[in-house]
Design a protein around this ligand. Structure first.
Ligand code: ZN
Length: 176
């Protein structure tokens, strides 16, 4: 084999090897990148006394707790999901979260008009009817966010609950 031919073969081999290495890097980057699929996220326990996140059903006087339930005789819809939580119970971080400030359900103030905006696991959501211990910072899953407010004082006989609402008002049910 001529020197020139040998050299050109070597160059070709190097080129193929280089391509192969680049390709391997690309493939591993795709395969092992930490891809967050938010649709797979599940909420951990939100409230003491309700470890399985039982959802509020329907109350004779106040309607139902599912997303899309009728409110004000059909004039509006329930834009969140209600998770059973007794007055005074401890509310926990359902996963590692960042606290993004106060969020209130009503324009007119009452005894349960408090809550918090949160983000974590690629989700942005609000929890209503709780008194947070803090409105900023971060919490690990299972750490205390705050305390369930006295809902029975405002709606006697209702199934007391935390209201979970996504920031974009989409249906949170798939996360439970
Ligand atoms: Zn609700």
């Amino acid at each position: 084999m001529s020197r020139a031919r040998e050299k050109s073969l070597k160059t070709k081999a190097y080129r193929i090897m280089r391509l192969y290495i680049l390709f391997s890097i690309l493939v591993s980057a795709v395969l092992f990148s930490p891809h967050v699929d938010a649709s797979q996220v599940k909420f951990g326990s939100l409230c003491s006394g309700n470890p399985s996140n039982s959802k509020r059903g329907c109350d004779t006087k106040y309607g139902c707790g599912n997303y899309g339930a009728s409110r004000d005789s059909g004039k509006r819809k329930h834009m969140g999901l209600d998770i059973v939580c007794a007055d005074g119970a401890t509310v926990y971080a359902p996963f590692d979260v960042k606290l993004n400030g106060k969020a209130t359900p009503y324009k007119k103030d009452n005894a349960i008009n408090n809550g918090i905006s949160l983000s974590g696991e690629g989700l942005c959501f609000k929890l209503f009817y709780i008194k947070p211990d803090s409105y900023s910072g971060t919490l690990k899953k299972g750490q205390k966010i705050g305390t369930m407010l006295p809902m029975q004082k405002v709606y006697p006989g209702i199934t007391s609950h935390v209201h979970v609402q996504m920031c974009d008002k989409s249906d949170p049910t798939k996360y439970f």
